[in-house]
Structures are given as structure tokens and as C-alpha cells.
Design a protein around this ligand. Sequence first.
Ligand code: NCD
Length: 312
Amino acid sequence: MHTLLSGTRFRHIVSTDQFNNVQVLNELFEAVDHVQTLSATERLSLLPHKLLATIFFEPSTRTRLSFETAMYRLGGQVISSESAGISSSGTKGETIEDTIRTLGAYADAIVLRHPERGSVAKAAEVSSVPVINAGDGAGEHPTQALLDLYTLSTHLGRSLHGKTIALVGDLLYGRTVHSFIKLLSLYKHVRIILVSPRELKIPSEYKPSEVAWEEVDNFSAIGDQVDALYVTRIQKERFLDQSTYTKLQRSYVVNKATLKILKPNGIIMHPLPRVGEISPEVDTDPRAMYFEQIRNGVFVRMALLQWLLSDV
Ligand code: NCD
């Protein structure tokens, strides 16, 4: 039996706060590298007889399907409630706690996405099996941030020493950014530039700590300084007032003109989905990494599932 991650053990993955040192991240990334060296047959022997439940109360393409891909590719199986917001007993008024107790009677781990911030932590408290946060409203999205960091550090060097990373777009509601900033703050020699309209600034509890950082609203002024541009979607579904969304939705657009000012080795990332903030004309540029993020996501989730579920 291969063990992808043998040292650190977590019961649940709720927040990137849990990944509170670079060593544990390096251990994870070694496991991610390792799983990529295995053959498809070897991977199938990693989690046989394990069952994963995915339950998503909000839309998803990548997160749910990449967890399910990872589980099947490790030899496990999956049960899925993909439109739980309209089809689960939650619509009858069942609490998230009771839903999770139910899934814990069926599966060995649960991947949960829910619109309410803090809901996944609540679920983990009552769960008899590991719970993984696949996005809790405008809170966090830890596994996305881990795959983002894996991709970033694969290109910029694992130490990220002296690197400048710009996070662009909806920093108020963007949960991937909230989780990502916590991880980046562990690297003492990075510089973070937060680029957002005034209305969508980072909430105080997610501000970077112990690293150099600044806030700006003008994206073109910093384009030539960054080693990575992490672009996000303005989170339409979180706005109470759609006219504010309409006003802000085109705040930043990465296009051919951006490519001209970006450093030759500066990379462009996005958790996806994009809705206009990166033009398709950027896709064939070698610095565009958002499709690579998708591929890495499966391997990162394989390592995490094995970490949580392996018997050895
Ligand atoms: C993100 C999410 O759901 O938070 N998507 C994802 O999981 N890759 C980003 C977004 O929806 O904008």
C-alpha cells in the first residue's frame, strides 16, 4: 500500500488556518508530486472500498467533479447530491447537522459546499467522518487555495522567496482568495498586492499578516511588478443589489494589452469560472496557468483524500 502523506493527520479540512506552516504544505506537495509518478493501476489501489459523499448546495463544475474524479481514480466510489439546494431534505427545513449525520452513516468522508459562511465548520462538529469544505458562502475554499498554491509554487519556486503576487477582483466575497491569503502569509518573503474596487476590498479578518502587502484599485499600475496575477470573478450571487454588481463586473479585464506589460515569466491564474475578466485571447499565452490549475486540482485532491482516508 502506498501512503501519500504519512506525517500530519487532520480529521477535517475546513480552513487553510489548519495548514499553519510551510513544512506541512511541502509534505502535501511532495505527496501531490508522488501521485503523479504512479501509474493509473497503482493509483487504483490507494483507496479501494472507500466511499465519498459529495453534497453541493451551490453550483459547481470543477470542485465537485475533480473530487469525484480523484476518488474514482484512487479506486474508491462516490455518492453525490449535486443540486442539494433544490433537491435535498434541506429544502424541507432539515438542518445541515442532520444532513451530515445522515451522510456519515453512508460514506467514509463528505465534501460539502454550502452558501452559509461557517456552515462547514458546524457540519464538521457533528460529523462521524471527515468533512471537506468545498466552499462555505463567502467564507473559505481551502482545497482550491491548496491547488492554487501548488500551481504557483511549481512555477515560482517552492520557497516563493522575493515573489510578488497580485490578487485581483472580488476580494470581499471571493472565498478562494480568503483561503489563499492565509497560505501566502506563511511565506515571509512574499509581497502581496490586493487589487480591488473600493466596494470589494478584503474584509479585515482575511487581511494578510506578517508579510508585506498593500491595497490598490488600479490594476495597470502594478502589472509590470508581479510574478503572479491571480484574477477572480466578481461574485454576482453574493450581491444584494444587482446594480452594484453591474457597475463593478468589468472592473478588471486581462487581455492582450495586459500581456504586454506583464513580466516575461509572470504567470496568470484564475480559480475559474471566468465571466469576462480574462479574454480568451490570453489562453494560448504560455503564462496562462488556469487550465493547469484544473489538472493539478485532481492530484491535490487525490493526495488530500488519501491523507484523510488511508487506513495505514
Ligand atoms: C470558485 C468558487 O466556487 O469559489 N470556483 C471554484 O471552486 N473553482 C470561484 C468562483 O466561483 O468564482
